[in-house]
Design a protein around this ligand. Structure first.
Ligand SMILES: CC(C)(COP(=O)(O)OP(=O)(O)OC[C@H]1O[C@@H](n2cnc3c(N)ncnc32)[C@H](O)[C@@H]1OP(=O)(O)O)[C@@H](O)C(=O)NCCC(=O)NCCS
Length: 306
């Protein structure tokens, strides 16, 4: 029960490869479509089951009457009611969050999907590799880092002191800056609106005031303006998930569900590219040309490992 839900997701989606053995026929268009549907449909189920397992709750099975996100909420939060009715505001929020997270160019996990997929392995194994890449804190973990930062700051009046430290090079303002966007991340703008709607249902997340103050000060500060640092997609999403009662361990899982459609679309595009070959970056060795070594008969004996 104490396994990380993302670890459960990575291994269980990889295991699907052994259930659907026809998935290895990746150049059969019909079979490829079938695995695509399966992957997009099964990721929320695996995620929901991983969550229920981690909190010691019985699994809640999919309900075909519900929407994609409504059904996901059912698999996460259904208790003893006979029919789960998702809250429309939360359902809509997940819809928007899932759309915003569906694809985003050649990020680390998408590159992993393409790199691994280029060996012509089945899509379940390739998605397991992509999800493993997303598990890393530099990729799928940024919204968790934002929450930890907000908790560390603790209150609105400590914000100026924190900003000062960031400007002195002591740490970063998490949820700010982007490798590609050098302006306000358009996704962050939408997520901020969604946050307001969600908080009306769940109650206001007390960390929101700290986040708003951070954003206000940073957007007026020369350090951030000069470096073109604006809030990114992760700045508000963690606050939303936390106010819904979701543990931080689930954040990368919530990212993996919608990103599966992006991974699979990118995988198919790669497969159908007639110029695509197996991914094989070349390496230029720049290490030592010659290295000293001690011949085996001159080496000191070491005691065998017990
Ligand atoms: C996302 C990120 C990796 C992009 O980095 P990048 O485009 O390569 O930017 P650089 O690392 O070249 O940084 C440029 C300058 O801005 C500063 N900077 C970048 N992001 C910063 C941040 N979040 N807080 C404070 N300073 C930051 C750098 O220290 C650097 O300053 P310098 O020119 O004085 O050395 C980076 O902005 C970051 O680490 N952000 C915080 C983590 C985060 O939110 N990640 C989720 C991304 S969706």
């Amino acid at each position: 029960h104490d396994a990380h839900p993302m670890g459960m997701l990575v291994s269980s989606v990889g295991a699907l490869s052994t259930f659907y053995t026809e998935a290895k026929h990746i150049f059969d268009q019909e079979l490829r479509k079938k695995q695509t549907y399966r992957l997009i449909a099964k990721m929320p189920t695996l995620a929901g089951f991983a969550y229920r397992h981690s909190i010691g709750m019985p699994y809640s099975y999919p309900d075909n009457d519900l929407s994609y996100t409504g059904n996901f909420l059912n698999m996460m939060f259904k208790m003893t009611e006979l029919k789960y009715k998702p809250n429309p505001v939360i359902e809509k929020a997940f819809d928007v969050l899932f759309i915003l997270h569906a694809d985003h160019e050649q990020n680390c996990s998408t590159s992993a999907m393409r790199g691994v997929g280029s060996s012509h392995v089945d899509p379940y194994c390739a998605v397991a590799a992509a999800a493993a890449a997303l598990y890393g804190p530099l990729h799928g973990g940024a919204n968790e880092a934002v929450l930890r930062m907000l908790m560390e700051i603790g209150s609105k009046d400590k914000v100026p002191e924190f900003i000062k430290k960031v400007k002195e090079g002591q740490g970063k303002l998490m949820g700010f800056g982007h490798r590609v966007y050098k302006n306000y991340d358009p996704r962050a703008k939408i997520i901020k609106q969604i946050a307001d709607n969600v908080f009306q249902v769940t109650g206001r997340n007390p960390l929101l005031d700290i986040a708003l103050e951070l954003e206000r000060i940073a957007l007026e500060d020369d350090y951030f303006i000069k470096r073109k640092l604006y809030p990114n997609v992760d700045f508000y999403s963690g606050l939303i998930y936390q106010s819904m009662g979701l543990p931080m361990d689930m954040f990368p899982v919530l990212f993996a569900i919608p990103r599966t459609s992006g991974w699979v679309a990118q995988w198919e595009e790669m497969l159908l590219d007639s110029e695509q070959k197996i991914a094989r970056p070349r390496q230029i060795y720049q290490g030592a040309a010659k290295r000293d070594f001690v011949p085996i008969d001159k080496r000191r004996p070491v005691s065998p490992l017990l």
